[in-house]
Design a protein around this ligand. Sequence first.
Ligand SMILES: Cc1cc2nc3c(=O)[nH]c(=O)nc-3n(C[C@H](O)[C@H](O)[C@H](O)COP(=O)(O)OP(=O)(O)OC[C@H]3O[C@@H](n4cnc5c(N)ncnc54)[C@H](O)[C@@H]3O)c2cc1C
Length: 394
Amino acid sequence: MNRIVIVGASAAGLSAGEALRRKGYDGKLTLIGDEPHAPYDRPPLSKQVLAGTWEPQRAALRSEEQLAGLDADVRLGRAATGLDVTNRQVRLSDGDRLSFDGLVIATGVTPRRLPHCDLAGAYVLRTLGDALALRAALLAGPRVVVVGAGFLGTEVAAVARSMGLEVTLTAPQPVPVRRPFGDRIGALIAELHRDQGTRLRCGVPVRRLSGAGGLVTGVELADGMLLPADVVVMAVGSEPATGWLDGSGLRLEDGVVCDKLCQAAPGIYAAGDVASWYNPRYGTRMRLEHRMNATEQAMAVAGNLLSDAIPFAPIPYFWTDQYDTKIQAYGFFPPGAEFRILRGDPADRCFTAAYAYNDKIVGVLGWNSPRETRGLRRLVAEQASWTAAAATCP
Ligand SMILES: Cc1cc2nc3c(=O)[nH]c(=O)nc-3n(C[C@H](O)[C@H](O)[C@H](O)COP(=O)(O)OP(=O)(O)OC[C@H]3O[C@@H](n4cnc5c(N)ncnc54)[C@H](O)[C@@H]3O)c2cc1C
């Protein structure tokens, strides 16, 4: 193999390239990214960059010298527009065609939008440009409505509220971040936001954005209530960025469908937010939008592309920062799982908890408890019982 192309120059794409070089690949390497920037990290965009505590450059994943050390043909500001699997070529927006022996698809996701999202004052947050535009808008002191109370929506609401703004968080679910964590943790997150003065309008879907003269004026809920706003942030999920693969013959179903090696077709692999692969640990196909997964999956893909043939079977890990709270979690939190506090007290806002199915721990969560949470990961790896968990956390 001596021509590898990576499409997507962000967390997963960069990690794949670096891992290929570390593993001794010395052939031609091309990294294609449609953004104008060198690879940067996204988690700070809804935290430090939005809050203004980091200069945007600090989100860069590598220095210029480090990127040069990759010895790759890095082409930024250019999109892949098509893939010819039979002739093993990627088409680019500048008309170029790149031949490959190995291909890594790492194009991530794009944000969903609401109807009338073209009104001025309506924002999404995925890119550095998005973060800087939203920050500039927040500095004008607007009334803010955040639509969507997942990780992104709750983080943006926390930053905007910490800037002293009038903030309303709205979502169809009864509590924030309900899908991953369930009602109990969702209620604690709701309480955290209320204590800081953020208004919550949960349990009612959004009908549409309202506007006048091309400017957003608010958010209309399905029950008829109007939430007035000068700035609306749409944090309503995302779609895998696979449009450029339409017609390629690759199977696309909520991402690029891959086997347990993360292979979509011979010599063609996917990593990061765009990959929907079979995780043998859980016996099911999954797609994760977590930063740690982007790196780990890209490293696994690099090895498999160079013929390791090792199934990728991670325990999912993710975190979120809101106000002065850090929540970290390993594993899965299926609806109906039994939830118990392991150590500490939610009232003190410092505790660890676990979720179990049939007396097997499937997920652990830490609220302002980073060190303990790391230690609890093995309960998930071992599918420990409640008795074993209690022995770990006396
Ligand atoms: C604001 C924000 C906050 C986050 N916070 C957290 C957090 O606290 N914890 C956590 O675990 N995760 C967090 N995440 C998720 C995490 O950042 C992602 O899981 C991670 O960035 C995925 O990396 P990726 O390389 O797969 O995709 P991306 O980072 O999306 O990169 C894909 C790249 O491919 C480019 N691309 C797309 N299509 C094409 C094309 N056709 N041709 C060329 N290039 C293309 C895109 O423009 C992009 O640059 C956050 C994400 C966001 C947006």
